[in-house]
Design a protein around this ligand. Structure first.
Ligand code: THU
Length: 138
């Protein structure tokens, strides 16, 4: 495994971020941490009484980094801390919306470290992400 120690540090940051989760409705705590050229940014899920407005931990971390000016997103770690004991593998995995956002900001070869599930290449998590064909825009 590549950079195992650094991966574990990033994962620890994701687990720590999960402690901050605002998950009043699901009580499902998630944390994420992304390494960029200007540092590491973390995030947690933030829910809303209007359920659809809730935001996942991965996107909070990625958007925080982008808003701070980051443009090179190296690796992302995510921890669904409430799904680590005996839960289905799918309960630990990033949702489809977050995979699309990762595909916007990260590279197909970027590594996504998922607590209790292992590490994956982004291209394996979302093989055919949506892209705008900018040549077709007027
Ligand atoms: N959640 C995340 O933060 N990331 C994911 O990839 C999957 C789901 C959050 C959203 C919601 O607050 C809670 O987990 C239960 O779905």
């Amino acid at each position: 495994m590549e950079n195992a120690e650094e991966d574990l540090q990033l994962l620890e940051m994701a687990r720590l971020a999960a402690e901050k989760a605002y998950c009043a409705y699901s009580n499902f705590h998630v944390g994420a941490a992304v390494e960029t050229e200007i540092g590491i940014f973390s995030g947690c899920n933030v829910e809303n009484a209007s359920y659809g407005l809730s935001m996942c931990a991965e996107r909070v971390a990625l958007f925080s980094a982008a808003a701070a000016g980051a443009r090179n997103f190296e690796r992302l770690a995510v921890s669904c801390v409430d799904a680590l004991d005996g839960s289905l593998l799918n309960a630990k995995m990033p949702c489809g919306a977050c995979r699309q956002v990762m595909s916007e900001l990260m590279q197909p070869g970027s590594r996504i470290i998922i607590d209790g599930a292992g590490q994956f290449l982004l291209a394996d998590l979302l093989p055919q992400p949506f892209r705008l064909d900018m040549d077709k825009q007027s």
